[in-house]
Design a protein around this ligand. Structure first.
Ligand code: PMP
Length: 426
């Protein structure tokens, strides 16, 4: 036996994601319908558009060289300009109205890299992040790896409850812990995992709360708008960033993974100006720049309008998948007392709540019955952080309509109903 590895404390705090168990189940169970993974639709990938853009780029020696060479740590200026314009146009402002310039835009390897980098830049072990309860569980793991303590803030139909957030901030202040609060994390459009969107009137109030409690240092709001462009009903809602008129309190981060292709693995963020250098200095250590080729491809897709045409089609695809899931759930579960589900106006997820006392997690009768019926979901407890007693709500699930075809989605829900029926009768 060789001597043991001497791993860093960061490595020791970083466990395999609990989702690996569910991915493994999906791989080893033939015929299983996975409503678990947050992957995106494969039939709708803009492959023809990407093929054309790449062919044109490679046919011209100048553009080929530009795309195949190293880029810069902060990312391709032309693409940064386009995404800045895109977000500001959606918000009905000019960049200068909210004190933004091209220098505040950073491109990353997916928005996941920005989430990770912010942990590296801002978090010391023991620091606190306030996040919706439940929240994006992959980020919980990432924050844990940085040594942060995540405190869950309850949600209602309008997303994060600001009264609860305020109460928690007051409690932390009285306990002398406000110094440790670094971030308020919100997935504010069609949240992963609940599908809920932060209500319009809460957005400016959230910025005000962050300002009010920024007594020791700036408490930053991390607005993870990963699903903003996947809206199927109603009009877009102004970002939280829009209300940060001095560009000091809100980090806006989003991605091309959901509305285009995760294979391009490109995310973009608008940062408070004094955060740009710390983030880019660390990003330089990671990679001195994300894929330059991917950035050139996306730049051309945006420039030619191919991206927006694709988005119109993609929204249709997801709208019909979402409807297939909601119709199947309403048909199968309408007569089940205490079973509830949301109706997301966008995104990729439907959140279902079973009566309390119906555990849904790893090893629970429901998950076992679901797998033997041939369907997989994500247990809701993964998105929660344990309370003081170490308990998390364990009777919720996340269903994703991203990958499966509408007929598979309907069949998956029927299988889930059969699994639930086994519990009802046992
Ligand atoms: N934020 C949220 C809420 C997500 O669901 C995801 C991906 N599932 C990401 C960020 C990261 O996506 P990517 O790195 O592909 O941009």
């Amino acid at each position: 036996m060789p001597p043991a590895l001497s791993l860093s404390s960061r490595s020791l705090r970083t466990a395999d994601s609990p989702i690996s168990y569910f991915i493994q189940k999906a791989i080893e169970t033939p015929g299983l319908i996975s409503l678990a993974a947050g992957l995106v639709d494969e039939s709708a990938f803009p492959s023809a558009e990407i093929a054309q853009v790449v062919a044109e780029m490679m046919a011209n020696p100048a553009t080929a060289k530009a795309a195949l060479q190293y880029g810069s740590t902060q990312g391709l200026p032309a693409l940064r300009a386009r995404v800045l314009d895109r977000v500001c146009t959606a918000d009905g402002v000019k960049p200068s109205d909210i004190n933004l310039t091209l220098g505040d835009v950073v491109l990353t390897t997916g928005s996941q890299q920005m989430l990770y980098l912010l942990g590296e830049v801002l978090i010391e072990p023991g620091d606190i992040v306030l996040a919706e309860a439940p929240s994006y569980f992959v980020y919980h793991d990432c924050l844990k790896s940085h040594g942060a303590k995540v405190i869950g803030v309850p949600m209602d139909d309008g997303g994060m409850c600001l009264k609860s957030l305020e109460k928690e901030l007051i409690r932390l202040e009285l306990a002398g812990e406000l110094k440790k609060v670094k971030l308020i994390y919100t997935v504010d459009y069609f949240q992963n995992p609940t599908g809920l969107t932060l209500a319009r009137d809460r957005r400016p109030k959230l910025v005000e709360l962050a300002k009010r409690f920024s007594k020791h240092h700036r408490i930053l709001i991390l607005e993870d708008a990963a699903y903003r462009e996947l809206r199927y009903d109603g009009d877009d809602i102004t970002s939280i960033k829009r209300f940060d008129t001095t560009n000091e309190y809100v980090i806006y981060t989003t991605t091309f993974s959901k509305p285009c292709s995760p294979g391009l693995k490109t995310g973009y963020s608008l940062l408070p100006n004094d955060l740009v250098a710390p983030v880019c200095n660390l990003k330089g250590n990671h990679d001195f720049g994300s894929s330059n080729l991917a950035q050139h491809i996306l730049n051309r897709l945006l420039e030619t309008g191919a991206f927006d045409r694709h988005l119109v089609r993609l929204r249709e695809v997801y709208r019909s998948k979402r409807d297939a899931m909601l119709t199947a759930i309403a048909t199968e579960f309408a007569s089940c007392p205490g079973v509830r589900w949301n109706v997301p106006a966008g995104g990729l997820y439907v959140w279902m709540t079973f009566p309390s006392g119906t555990p849904t997690g790893k090893g629970s009768p429901l998950v076992e019955a679901a797998v033997s019926e041939g369907v997989l979901y994500i247990p809701g407890n993964l998105g929660h952080v344990p309370n003081e007693q170490g308990k998390v709500p364990d009777h919720e699930i996340r269903l994703s309509f991203g990958v499966a075809e509408p007929s598979e989605i309907a069949e998956g829900v029927r299988r889930l109903r059969r699994a639930y029926a086994e519990l009802e009768t046992s």
